[in-house]
Ligand binder design. Structure first.
Ligand SMILES: Cc1cc2nc3c(=O)[nH]c(=O)nc-3n(C[C@H](O)[C@H](O)[C@H](O)COP(=O)(O)O)c2cc1C
Length: 179
């Protein structure tokens, strides 16, 4: 899939077929995360591939019942990828913790690669970190930043609205429209 088509057509997928994702495809997608940019190229991220049904149920149990991605994580998606990052393996400046950016960029690269291959993902950050940590035996030095179900979409969701170009993009100075 062409890059702009990938960017424009990606959606958060919360309904999955139970079909497996092949090992080769899974590795190809994870490779997109591995090559992401990061603070000083320190690559503070770690990814855990979860396919064990009990572990997936455990991760779903770390999510509140009204998290709309709960069923995808616990039941339908064949794979859940858990994103971890070590804040000390990245940098911070003026109170900005760059491990979150590093981790987010890597995850997004993986999600776009997944979409380009016809697979669905959904960022999940609304979960109890301690519970998710326990399910995957994540060391205390790492934060569990997010996770995503990964699998073949049952259907392509419709587009969520976005702010208008003029509202968020300025020319030279804050508030000045880019014509
Ligand atoms: C940091 C972050 C955390 C998110 N956490 C959740 C979540 O816990 N559960 C969920 O269903 N969606 C979650 N989402 C998905 C957003 O709701 C979704 O990206 C947004 O509504 C835009 O829809 P789209 O991704 O289909 O374009 C999260 C997205 C981001 C970027």
């Amino acid at each position: 899939m062409e890059l702009y088509e990938t960017l424009e057509s990606r959606r958060s997928v919360r309904k999955y077929k139970t079909d497996q994702v092949s090992e080769d495809l899974l590795k190809k997608i994870l490779e997109a995360a591995r090559i992401a940019p990061s603070w000083s190229n320190l690559q503070c991220w770690r990814f855990i591939v979860v396919r064990d049904p009990e572990a997936k149920k455990g991760l779903a149990a770390s999510m509140p019942d009204n998290n709309p991605a709960k069923k995808a994580v616990g039941e339908t998606a064949p794979v859940v990828v858990v994103l971890c990052a070590d804040p000390k393996e990245s940098g911070d400046q003026d109170g900005k913790d760059y491990y979150l950016l590093d981790a987010g960029l890597a995850m997004q690269q993986m999600m776009l690669a997944a979409h380009a291959e016809g697979l669905g993902t959904c960022w999940v950050a609304w979960f109890d970190e301690a519970k998710a940590r326990e399910v995957c035996s994540v060391p205390e030095s790492y934060r569990v930043v997010g996770l995503t179900p990964l699998g073949h979409p049952e259907k392509q969701p419709s587009a969520r609205p976005r702010k208008e170009f003029e509202e968020i993009i300025f020319n030279e100075k804050w508030g000045s429209p880019l014509k």
